[in-house]
Design a protein around this ligand. Structure first.
Ligand code: GLN
Length: 484
């Protein structure tokens, strides 16, 4: 049961081959059996999940159900869940229990999805390996000595090990696509504004976007179409109808113009990863696509641009965690200043502190023009590169990450090396574009991810391309042997 796609599980439920309660129990049993090895979940609540599953069964009996009613899901612990602890991977929020649901959590619940628990993540979504979590690192199910990627590493590892068929994630610079790639699953970061950010703990508000993880493109399409859409409570959410993504998956790829940016294949790319993506490109050609070389000349600016802007926004967003309004409070403060200082010193981990320091620095008088303002100009150049590329092609394709999953501890002492893990994903956030990562092969038993990037609001096209590719390949059907 656990290896089925969501679409297949939904038909098993419809045909009465199993109940939602049984389905939830299958995954809860797998979590109990396997998650001690992976640490992909921070909170699991079997009682809550089973009660939701029974409600879904009742709804199904009354005929009032949608396509995902009774399907289990895991939410990244960055999304607020009413009366359920939400930590954002930080000691700061270790005991924080929200009194409302994030919009996407509420939409999933309204559609009858069953929340199994909350997934582990890099602290405040800052990281590319899940090693910055206060709750310990997550391990990659393909090799537990390796990282699952980050920051949504818990969600990706859980779906890859089939501890849940679906999960939510957030992506500020690659946090859905890079872990999807390293764990061998499908992950989609939608266009900025496509999915509500209400109730998603803010990291860098001009880049943050909520999205989805699933085994394949169809599963992601089914989840995205019920999560996306205008939310009056998020002023950046876009009021534009949500297409039926799952209805356009079968469109032919004949005539599709695929652009291959040379910059994605430069120095730093592991040759075997490049070769896997070349093979995948040949498969797209067989499906009728034409392949064209393109250039994104300013792509090299994306990592320094991001690591100026994201910390600037984070330093402002994280000022709310002061030991008074939210979060950890130190013991017996001597006075107000001591309370602020010690609460923040104790509540935040090293990487979060590093970002707050960088952000405060680049925003300070005297440095603002030299760093922050210049980074905003670079952001515009990068956005223009994409706009120009999309004048001649429909989608861009390249490796999601320059290498396969690396070992735990391999990059923790060198933040710049760690930041380069996102070299292919970050520009997409700077330009607010949608990006999808899907499995495209293996190198030494570790999954390789291929990234598809499209113009704003082209999620339907990306899912369509991914689905057509997945009809011809079976990379997405592989299960990590130790968790089969
Ligand atoms: N790895 C990047 C960072 O550490 C991106 C994280 C994310 O997308 N949340 O900022």
């Amino acid at each position: 049961m656990h290896s089925l796609s969501v679409a297949e599980m939904a038909s098993a439920l419809t045909e009465g081959q199993c109940t939602s309660e049984e389905l939830a129990q299958v995954f809860l049993d797998r979590i109990a059996r396997f998650d001690t090895q992976l640490n992909s979940l921070i909170t699991v609540d079997p009682e809550r999940a089973l009660a939701q599953a029974r409600a879904a069964d009742a709804r199904r009996r009354q005929g009032g159900c949608g396509p995902l009613t009774g399907i289990p899901i895991i939410h990244k612990d960055i999304f607020l869940t009413q009366d359920q602890r939400t930590t954002c991977g930080s000691r700061m929020l270790e005991r924080f229990v929200p009194h409302f649901d994030a919009t996407i959590v509420a939409r999933c619940a309204a559609a009858g999805l069953v929340t199994l628990g909350k997934s582990n993540m890099d602290e405040f979504a800052m990281g590319s390996s899940n090693e910055t979590s206060y709750f310990g690192p997550v391990r990659n199910p393909w090799d537990t000595a390796r990282v699952p990627g980050g920051s949504s590493g818990g969600s990706a590892a859980a779906v890859a090990a089939r501890l849940a068929p679906l999960a939510t994630g957030s992506d500020t610079g690659g946090s859905i696509r890079q872990p999807a790639a390293l764990c061998g699953i499908t992950g989609l970061k939608p266009t900025y504004g496509r999915v509500s950010r209400w109730g998603m703990i803010a990291f860098a508000s001009s880049l943050d976007q909520a999205g989805v993880f699933g085994r394949d493109a169809r599963d992601c399409a089914l989840l995205l179409e019920l999560m996306a859409g205008f939310d009056p409570r998020d002023s950046t959410s876009v009021d534009r109808p949500v297409p039926a993504y799952s209805a356009s998956l079968e469109q032919s790829l004949a005539g599709l113009r695929v652009g291959v940016p040379a910059e994605f294949f430069g120095a730093g790319l592991e040759p075997a990863v490049g070769a896997a993506v070349e093979t995948a490109l040949a498969a797209l050609k067989d499906l009728g696509a034409t392949v064209h070389p393109v250039h994104l000349p300013n792509l090299g600016l994306s990592v320094p641009t991001y690591y100026t802007l994201a910390p600037a926004e984070a330093s402002s967003n994280l000022s709310r965690f002061d030991g008074v309004r939210y979060g950890h409070r130190c013991e017996q403060p001597a006075n107000l200043e001591d309370l602020y200082k010690r609460s923040r010193a104790e509540g935040f981990g090293t990487e979060v502190k590093r970002r707050i320091m960088i952000g405060t620095y680049v925003l300070s008088a005297g440095y603002y023009d030299a760093y922050y303002l210049k980074a905003q100009r670079c952001r515009r150049l990068i956005t223009e590169d994409f706009r120009r590329a999309f004048e001649t092609v429909d989608v861009l394709v390249g490796p999601t990450a320059p290498e396969v999953a690396f070992r735990l501890g391999e990059k923790t002492d060198d933040p710049v090396k760690m930041y380069l893990s996102d070299i292919n994903t970050i520009a997409v956030n700077l330009a607010g574009l949608p990006g999808l990562s899907l499995p495209a092969g293996f190198v030494d038993g570790l999954p390789v991810g291929m990234q598809l990037i499209g113009p704003h609001f082209s999620e339907g096209r990306l899912l369509n391309v991914a689905h057509q590719f997945q009809r011809e390949t079976d990379w997405h059907r592989q299960l990590p042997p130790a968790f089969a």
